[in-house]
Design a protein around this ligand. Structure first.
Ligand SMILES: [Mg+2]
Length: 256
């Protein structure tokens, strides 16, 4: 196997919600018995080949619990996965303690900020129409229900905290600044010293990792915002995995 690192976002990059279910999809995640996320069936099969050719590593904002809900094809389970927007590294689904140690040092600097923002959000949750919680003890997450203003909340609270505030859709994240996908990819590069790095993502939260990859796969919605002279766009997971497999096979041949 060539030392190629593929850092891949999950939601709307490699898998998609039941709301976007298409013919030929298969369910890959259930919540309390209810179908939640899907993947194209052919893509599901192809991950096995990708795993043989490269160090394929999901890099997701999902919590550990949310990540572990995903049912990979047996034999195609990623060896490593980064969850919690970079704060946690799993190796065969177990936390890597050296990664934790560094992350807890980062988080400790912002522990009070996290507790303060959570208390502020909690005290106003009815007025703001939000649900909020701490995720894996590393960042604070708020989900804005109908009637609340995501942008309004993000703007108001970013003035009151040292945490980095990111949002998309109905979700708002309050993060210690070190927990971003770019910093996580840098940490992965230090750990694995890859010869080539491919990153793939669909939203603004993916941009920091897309900008430091040797090759960035971007969904069209963010393509123009990504500063990387070696970037390509993709439309869905089938398109993405076929393109990445093409790149990885070519790279492997060049290196023979
Ligand atoms: Mg995504």
């Amino acid at each position: 196997m060539k030392n190629i690192l593929i850092a891949c976002d999950l939601d709307n990059t490699l898998i998609h919600s039941y709301k976007q279910k298409r013919d030929g999809d298969m369910c890959i995640e259930w919540i309390n018995g209810k179908e939640q996320s899907y993947i194209n069936k052919e893509t599901y099969e192809q991950i096995e080949e990708l795993k043989m050719l490269a160090r394929y590593t999901p890099l997701t904002t999902r919590s550990i619990e949310q990540y572990l809900r995903i049912n990979w094809k047996p034999g195609a389970e990623p060896e490593y996965a980064v969850t919690t927007n970079g704060a946690i590294l799993l190796s065969n689904n177990e936390r890597v303690s050296s990664w934790d140690e560094t992350s807890y040092k980062f988080m400790d600097e912002y522990r009070k900020d996290l507790d303060d923002i959570l208390a502020m959000l909690e005290s106003q949750k009815e007025d703001l129409h939000i649900r909020c919680r701490k995720v894996d003890d590393m960042y604070v997450f708020a989900y804005c229900e109908d009637g609340g203003s995501v942008e309004g909340i993000a703007d108001t609270f970013s003035e009151k905290t040292r945490l980095r505030v990111e949002y998309f859709g109905r979700k708002i994240y309050f993060l210690p600044p070190q927990f971003n996908k770019g910093a996580a990819l840098t940490r992965l590069k230090e750990k694995f010293v890859p010869e080539f790095v491919i990153a793939a993502g669909d939203s603004e939260i993916d941009i920091p990792m897309l900008e430091i990859a040797d090759l960035a796969y971007c969904k069209e919605s963010i393509f123009d915002k990504v500063s990387n002279k070696n970037k390509k766009s993709f439309t869905n997971e089938t398109d993405l995995i076929n393109s990445i497999l093409g790149d990885v096979r070519q790279f492997s041949e060049v290196c023979l």
